[in-house]
Design a binder for this molecule. Structure first.
Ligand code: NIG
Ligand code: FE
Length: 416
């Protein structure tokens, strides 16, 4: 039977938006529309209606429904995580210890570790093994409030292994648990065997990987790690343009370790998002401002690698929209916990609770073309939301860093 829920006495229904709002920018990010002492109805997996308790609907209007009492608890739309690498094999805690003992992320990569370490493990893993490991991570992030996700390839770095990763992502998508977007990141690093002929690897991406991926409809986006020792501005543009010809929309790993032209390449190729942005100057901010590209900050990666912080406060003050994503991956951010990303946003970036909630819901949904489906409490959107434990206010969520304040998660109106 289709789910029909009527939730009453919600202490605060958070992020209630009209369907026309697809992202919020600049000063708008300080606003977080809420209804205190609210009710919400769910029908057939979608948000059907809501309002203040003074207007609570008569139960006779709602036959066969389940009534939930939310006294003292808040409801938020699930987080949208627009940048992850949750399909990978094994972990890299050895490199974590190497970094504690003084090696840098770049030095580890130069010794054949980092992304190349993960690529070796993906090469050795079967499709089923990759799927099993990814599902455990997906279940974990869902329990932490994530209700839509983007997942990248990029630990394959060969035709066969990139396809293997993308087929795993397709299987996850086909579970229809939460909305999933797939990103082809063949240009994540240069495989060792192409060390002396980089252009051959770029040709492989453009002439063999992309056509095959497009033919099998395995990706929505094409992404490049634009960085020193990885891919240049020119190479990034070449790969993004080739992806566009196959109907894939660009995203870029930009400005993570140096100022290297990734932001410019992304904006010039109409990327839906440029992500990382540790190295983002005033000219970059102006460039993004003139575009439809979402500036996406990945607080977990900057924290875990002790990088200089992206100028998120400055970007919002300049009028930009900002999204947050977890970057869940084995090397630079082995966590997909969006509650923690919000705490980092408040503490390290001086964003307000309203700003970080907008960054983790409506704006991150926009960064994967899903803000018409998820990312806010809106009539007709998917009923992907979570109920908190009894708490005093939404600011208590980023404030209580490291605590789990989520009591239950609903996907398509069904309790998980
Ligand atoms: O988004 N920056 C490049 N790619 C990933 C990290 C990959 C890895 O270390 O495995 C990131 O941080
Ligand atoms: Fe990443």
């Amino acid at each position: 039977m289709p789910t029909r829920l009527l939730i009453k006495n919600i202490k605060t229904l958070v992020q209630v938006r009209d369907a026309s709002v697809l992202k919020v920018s600049g000063a708008e990010m300080k606003e977080l529309p809420c209804i205190d002492n609210a009710w919400m109805a769910v029908d057939n997996g979608l948000i059907a209606d809501y309002g203040p308790m003074e207007d609570f609907p008569g139960v006779e209007d709602w036959k066969g429904l389940e009534i939930i009492d939310c006294e003292g608890k808040l409801i938020l739309p699930c987080y949208a995580d627009s940048h992850t690498h949750i399909v990978y094999a094994g972990n890299r805690e050895g490199e974590f210890v190497d970094r504690i003992n003084g090696l840098s992320y770049e030095e580890i990569f130069e010794r054949g570790g980092g992304i190349l370490n993960s690529a070796k493990r993906v090469h050795e893993a079967t499709e089923d093994e990759l799927f099993e490991q990814a599902i455990v991570r997906l279940r974990e992030v869902i329990s932490q409030g994530t209700g839509s996700i983007e997942i990248k390839s990029g630990y394959g770095l060969s035709l066969e292994s990139e396809l293997k990763m993308l087929r795993v992502i397709k299987k996850i998508k086909d579970l229809n648990l939460i909305p999933v977007k797939a990103t082809f990141l063949g240009a994540h690093a240069l495989p060792l065997e192409f060390k002396n002929n980089k252009q051959d690897y770029i040709d492989l991406i453009i002439h063999e990987m992309l056509p095959k991926i497009a033919a099998e409809k395995l990706a929505d986006y094409v992404d490049v790690f634009c960085e020193q020792n990885y891919f240049t501005y020119e190479e990034t543009k070449m790969i993004l343009e080739a992806g566009k010809k196959h109907g894939l929309i660009p995203k870029v790993h930009a400005g993570q370790l140096s100022h290297f032209g990734g932001i410019q390449a992304g904006v010039e190729c109409d990327a839906i998002s440029v992500d990382h942005l540790e190295y983002c100057n005033d000219a970059d901010i102006e460039l993004i401002k003139k575009s439809n590209t979402m500036a996406t900050v990945l607080p977990g990666a900057a924290f875990f690698l002790s990088l200089p912080l992206p100028p998120a406060r400055k970007m919002i003050d300049a009028g930009l929209p900002i999204a947050f994503a977890s970057d869940f991956n084995p090397g630079s951010s082995p966590s997909g916990n969006m509650n923690l990303m919000m705490s980092l946003g408040c503490v390290q970036y001086k964003l307000t609770p309203e700003e970080v909630i907008n960054a983790c819901t409506i704006n991150s949904a926009y960064a994967m073309h899903l803000s018409n489906e998820v990312g806010s409490i809106t009539i007709g959107k998917k009923a992907n939301f979570f109920i908190t434990k009894p708490i005093s206010s939404y600011a208590f969520i980023p404030y209580s860093f490291g605590s789990n304040l989520i009591e239950s998660v609903y996907l398509n109106g069904v309790k998980q």
